[in-house]
Write a protein that binds this ligand. Structure first.
Ligand code: FE2
Ligand code: FE2
Length: 385
């Protein structure tokens, strides 16, 4: 970016664009697309956007949870953000990219399409690209490696692969024990753990080498969250999440199953098949976890969402069943992949661990239904490099 524009200017500019765009869309609903009020807002939004696009070839806004993220940072909260989030959700748009050269008329057409009260799809154009979050794999590893065969790691190998320090693992374990005892946690403790996890993930290009192994049955939940944390932070880092967002995703991953602490251990650790009733009790860990986290200070919103949504499938099925065509947010979608991966590669009393090859097959088969297809592709590249 040219020196004349700071990151803050860019964020501010994007905020103004979104505010004016939201006003234009809302007013189209109130009046009509050709009302002068609409044109005024649209002109203002377009004017600022045009200036920004003179500095950057593309401006992208992502929908992550209930936040709008531009230039890797959430836009400061405000009524227009809430309204624009609602508009994006209604149209199932997670990513909105404006490309330099955008004609005014095309911008006007976007406003018109966004204003229609139904869920009718808004089409991408050459200058306005819409869609689900688009992914990129971290560069720096060679392409041959990424498309190479699946590296086969035997279950025995996992045992020897723990490379997080004992201190890091013990801190996380203490945190879980404390939740169980006092049902309260110090968020600063989680912050510290996430920091050391992020540092480990950054050093390793393949997250599989960081996974912890299961030592005993009752350590399952703890070992599982450790691994889901590593796999999730590793995916998020490679997807380009940085700073505070990456940190919040880390917190969300380590706390995704916190609700399991409020489910009777004898059901949770029961070997063999569960009765339908036991199954539905286990399923409450999502809502219980979300409710618990909501009552704590300093927990990012995305962690509450992830606790709630990590067993929801990409197509909105799964559990819990939520009203109004609810779809899991991108962070929950990332965690869902880590979650299933770790569950399948773990040895349980009733299950032999799956091979990586087999897990890749399950993920691919569920692509587009259970899992976000772009995230599956990205994840498979990540564990194969
Ligand atoms: Fe879970
Ligand atoms: Fe889980």
């Amino acid at each position: 970016m040219p020196d004349s524009t700071t990151d803050r200017d860019l964020q501010e500019g994007i905020s103004r664009v979104i505010a004016q765009l939201t006003a234009a869309v809302t007013n189209t609903g109130l009046y009509s697309a050709d009302h002068p009020q609409v044109a005024q807002y649209a002109d203002k939004a377009y004017g600022v956007l045009d200036e920004l696009l003179a500095l950057r070839p593309e401006i992208t806004v992502l929908l992550i949870g209930d936040d709008l993220v531009a230039d890797q940072k959430p836009l400061p909260p405000g009524a227009y953000v809430t309204n624009f989030v609602r508009i994006m959700k209604r149209k199932a748009i997670e990513r909105l990219t404006f490309v330099a050269g955008l004609p005014r008329a095309e911008f006007g057409a976007l406003i018109h399409d966004l204003a229609s009260p139904d869920a009718a799809m808004v089409r991408s154009t050459a200058f306005i690209k819409l869609g689900k979050v688009e992914l990129r794999v971290k560069t720096g590893t060679d392409a041959a490696q990424q498309s190479g065969p699946v590296s086969e790691i035997s279950p025995e190998d996992y045992e020897a692969l723990i490379s997080l320090s004992a201190t890091e693992l013990n801190e996380l374990k203490d945190l879980y024990l404390n939740i169980k005892k006092h049902r309260k946690i110090d968020v600063r403790g989680v912050d510290e753990i996430v920091k050391s996890f992020v540092a480990s993930v950054r050093q390793e290009s393949n997250p599989l080498s960081l996974l912890a192994s299961l030592k005993s049955a009752h350590e399952y939940t703890f070992t599982h969250v450790t691994n889901v944390g590593i796999l999730t932070m590793s995916q998020a880092e490679a997807l380009g999440f940085k700073g505070e967002q990456l940190h919040q995703i880390g917190i969300a991953s380590l706390l995704h199953d916190v609700g399991k602490l409020f489910v009777p251990a004898e059901i949770l650790n029961k070997p063999g098949k569960l009765t339908p009733e036991e199954r539905s009790i286990i399923e409450t860990h999502t809502v219980k976890g979300a409710r618990y986290l909501m009552g704590l200070d300093g927990i990012p919103k995305v962690a509450v969402l992830a606790a709630m949504e990590h067993h929801m499938k990409y197509d909105g099925t799964g559990y819990p069943t939520l009203k109004g065509g609810w779809r899991p947010n991108i962070v929950s979608q990332i965690i869902a992949i880590s979650d299933v991966f770790d569950a399948m590669r773990s040895r349980r009393s009733y299950q032999e661990p799956f091979t990586i090859e087999k897990i890749a097959e399950v993920l691919k088969n569920g692509s587009g239904k259970s899992f976000n297809p772009a995230l599956v592709d990205h994840f498979l590249k990540l564990i194969r490099r």
